[in-house]
Design a protein around this ligand. Sequence first.
Ligand SMILES: Cc1ncc(COP(=O)(O)O)c(C=O)c1O
Length: 369
Amino acid sequence: MKTSSGITVNLQELIRPEIRELRAYQSHLYPGVVKMDANENPFPWPAGMREALFREDIVFNRYPDSSARELKAAIAGYAGVSSDEILIGNGSDEVIQLILATFGGVGKAVVLHPPTFGMYDAAACVTATAVIRVPLRQGLYLDTEGVLAAASSPEVSTIILCSPNNPTGTLFERTELLRLVAETGKVIIMDEAYAEFSGESIIDEIRNHPNLLVMRTFSKAFALAGLRLGYLLGQATTIELVNRVKQPFNVNVFTQRAGIVAVRYLEKYQAQIAEIKAETARLAKALSEIPGFKVYPTQANFILFQPDDPDIWAEKLLASGFLLRHMGDLPVLGKCLRVSAGLPEENSAFIQAIRAIASERGAIKESEQ
Ligand SMILES: Cc1ncc(COP(=O)(O)O)c(C=O)c1O
């Protein structure tokens, strides 16, 4: 590539080698479809919350509080920790990067348990952290012995565990998780993005382990995905380390205020969570009744399943107006689709659609015999 002054610039040579292979994240827009692809809370905010947020006196011309003091006080009450045990992020996606910017980097490695959330790999790449993969065992159990063995490598600084795991929906045994925290001597990140749905958490163990960090988000149960708000919990001395790499004004004033207001509506969210759980169970049952479908048990607000031909099913469901997440060819499992619970009426329509597609496909198969 030549500049206007005739000098040749080779951008590929100038960027870091890891970035050469990286592709920018792309989300597709499908107007008019029912979105069941991103594990969001499908309900509108609890009644009155939007008005309450817009009534707040938010100062937009000044920088936000870089320490997000009021928001931390609200989260501290919700999570049962103290304010200095919290770091606030622009979504937990940012928090993942901050963790690896702190504990990862050249010469360091992170242990992951595929199939799991894709952003861990992306953050490892951006921070030049090596990745050691210890796949889940058949039945989607955590390979605790395998993780322990991998963690004994001196370059391993960090282990990221996701429970309930995205995309499988699996909740790992607390005793197994605690074994890793107690025995590895490495930093353990527990991603609890879906903990409000499983009702299980390891936050109460933070006081016992300086190497335990728990990551949470307002994107799922709290329906704030568009505002970008995640947080990290850990002992104050550990949080202080991650705080060193955080940009001072990473979370804007509006989002900080929305988080504070959201926590006040906890009871109303709990009603939504109960309904989402019931809807997820209804979807799982309907999926498991379709011949040829393998449906994985879930403790979250989404379901991973394997239809007879995932590519065709994803296409047909999109044509019927339902956007699911095609997970690609997953380690351990192969090609799978993931569906997030929608509104009750959307789920009913989705169930009708899968039944219609299944009978259409059944009829085609019969006529081919
Ligand atoms: C396991 C897990 N962690 C983190 C995130 C990211 O959440 P946030 O919206 O807070 O960046 C997601 C989003 O899908 C997720 O599934």
